[in-house]
Design a binder for this molecule. Sequence first.
Ligand SMILES: Nc1ncnc2c1ncn2[C@@H]1O[C@H](COP(=O)(O)OP(=O)(O)O)[C@@H](O)[C@H]1O
Ligand SMILES: [Mg+2]
Length: 259
Amino acid sequence: MEILKAEKLVKTFAISEKQRKSLGIKEKKKIAVDGISFTAKSGEVFGLIGPNGAGKTTTMRMLATLIKPDSGDALYNEVSAVKSPTEIRSKLAFLTTDLKPDMKSTPSIMFDFFAELYHVPKDEAQKRKKTLFEEFGIDKFADTMISKLSQGQRQKVSLVNSVIHDPKFVIFDEPTNGLDIIAAREVREFILNMKKAEKCVIISTHLFDLVEKVCDRAAMIMDGKIVVEDTLENLMQGRPLEDAFYDIYTEHMRNKGEM
Ligand SMILES: Nc1ncnc2c1ncn2[C@@H]1O[C@H](COP(=O)(O)OP(=O)(O)O)[C@@H](O)[C@H]1O
Ligand SMILES: [Mg+2]
């Protein structure tokens, strides 16, 4: 059983004078993440859902050891991401839709490149390539230039490349953002496959339907804080997640005195 525990993660960014002027604000600091804690387990998909600017990407980047929290930690089976980032990186996959594949390469060449990057031994890499390419249907276009592939095919290649080293933890920030409906569907299927393979999967998104379709548990995040965390069933209580979210959002804004 794999367990990821986010413990009181905090991240504050300094706001430059230029940013302050363009945004018309006086604050010199922005608390992007303000004490986020949650637990995710293998065999389930945990979702962080919230509006733009809520702190999802900052949280995911701290989980993935790409930035250090000001305080707090992420414990992967009790191993600290703050103290042992290199060890943690070898156990996780991080994917965002912001990364663009090299158009002049092919899925097969890209796979070899990432396998080397992740220090996967050559014969093991070739075995994994065969299995993963067959599983996701990439074998049919393994030697086609990336530029000639559809968006869905490209996203599949990125997904497969992110799990070359057989990580136990899978962290996807806005995994379907900007994808067409076919590509988004393939990403959802991939997420569910990872869950079936007993990975601990954490996704962040602002899309309710993605959470409804793949998540077992979810936390709603606003202004850098988790306002509610529960099983999907308990969060929805028989109505669409969007309606449940809106009720919580209205209450949150009312408490802040903004509605
Ligand atoms: N590098 C940064 N410098 C300054 N502010 C930042 C930086 N990164 C994020 N922020 C701010 O922190 C808040 C949370 O951002 P982010 O984590 O990207 O939210 P989300 O992914 O939920 O849209 C936003 O107000 C954003 O403008
Ligand atoms: Mg984001």
